[in-house]
Design a protein. Structure first.
Length: 323
């Protein structure tokens, strides 16, 4: 097949992002599309077949667009962009949420962009899917954005603790010290977004509140953004309780992975039950992520797919029942 070359002009910021540290990003693009990419200055030259060049060009332009928007591109961003290009899916789109400590925070995949749009439109959003898809991080980023803009008075974070048992009394320390270890992913996200010192000050003022799920009972949460994390480990009764805490001006996002239920009876999980009951209800949105949306180490996506395939193989086949 005849090979040709094409030059793509890029801004300095886009060129640095496309090349990456030690030309790592360029190497990923070359391997993905079987092309040769050189950077003579002012842009990149792609050498390959017509189809290969076109695919590589789309990936380069997608990365350049995000870099020019001020997004600090990591290797994970590059891998996601390559996956989107290879599968023919559209880019993430969407605008940056907020300027975090490492630059603007924006969706990395089409599913993340849809999730953020749902958070904007719906008073109650369910974000479900495997680990590493960004559902909790983006919920925290969105909630922090609303708090910093004064659109909510408080950011309330809750989750079932100690594998849904919520037996916290034997742990040392006050309530925050008991609960914090279980909320480490959210604290890491907030620290990245607004900084550890700002998080500490807002916690001291009560603008950021954490509590185990049991402490939500009997409360009405008004003018707050509520994150219910690890919701697959809520019982049906716990889920109904927390969903009905919404008060005036409040919004809620419920995140979890239905395949990772730690309850003694997985069928009692309140997450899957609530989604079945509430899908289609006005004001409720459901955003589903898959292994294709994993933005951690690329091995995580392959691990998720392997477990999904095993679960599918073990699922009873209706045509064999009663045979």
């Amino acid at each position: 097949m005849a090979r040709g070359e094409e030059f793509i002009a890029l801004s300095d910021a886009a060129l640095r992002a496309v090349i990456g540290p030690n030309s790592r990003h360029l190497a990923l693009i070359e391997n993905a599309f079987s092309v040769l990419i050189e950077s003579p200055g002012g842009g990149v030259t792609i050498t390959g077949s017509t189809r290969e060049r076109a695919d590589a060009k789309r990936a380069v332009l997608l990365l350049a667009e995000r870099a020019d928007a001020g997004v600090d591109l990591s290797e994970a961003d590059v891998r996601v962009s390559l996956s989107l290009t290879s599968t023919g899916k559209s880019g993430a789109g969407g605008q940056a949420l907020i300027s975090g400590r490492r630059g603007p925070i924006a969706p990395k995949t089409a599913a993340q962009a849809s999730y953020l749009d749902m958070l904007e439109r719906c008073d109650l959003t369910f974000g479900v899917g495997p680990a590493g898809t960004g559902k909790t991080f983006l919920a925290a980023a969105y909630g922090a954005t609303l708090l910093l803009k004064g659109q909510v008075d408080r950011l309330v974070i809750t989750r079932p603790a100690v594998e849904a048992g919520e037996r916290l009394g034997f742990l040392p320390g006050d309530l925050n010290e008991k609960v914090d270890p279980y909320l480490a992913p959210i604290w890491e996200a907030l620290d990245q977004i607004i900084g550890a010192d700002a998080v500490r000050r807002r916690r001291d003022k009560g603008e950021i509140e954490v509590a185990p799920l049991a402490f939500m009972r009997g409360r009405t949460l008004a003018h707050a953004f509520v994150i219910v994390d690890e919701a697959q480990n809520t019982s049906r009764l716990q889920m109904k309780m927390v969903l009905t805490r919404l008060g005036e001006g409040a919004r809620m996002v419920v995140t979890g992975d239905p395949s990772q239920v730690d309850l003694l009876n997985p069928r009692d999980s309140g997450l899957s039950h609530a989604i079945r009951l509430l899908s289609g209800v006005e004001g409720v949105g459901v955003s589903e992520f898959t292994a294709d949306d994993v933005v951690r180490h690329p091995l995580v996506a392959r691990i998720v797919r392997a477990y999904d395939a095993d679960a599918e193989a073990r699922r009873p086949r209706p045509d064999l029942e009663g045979a």
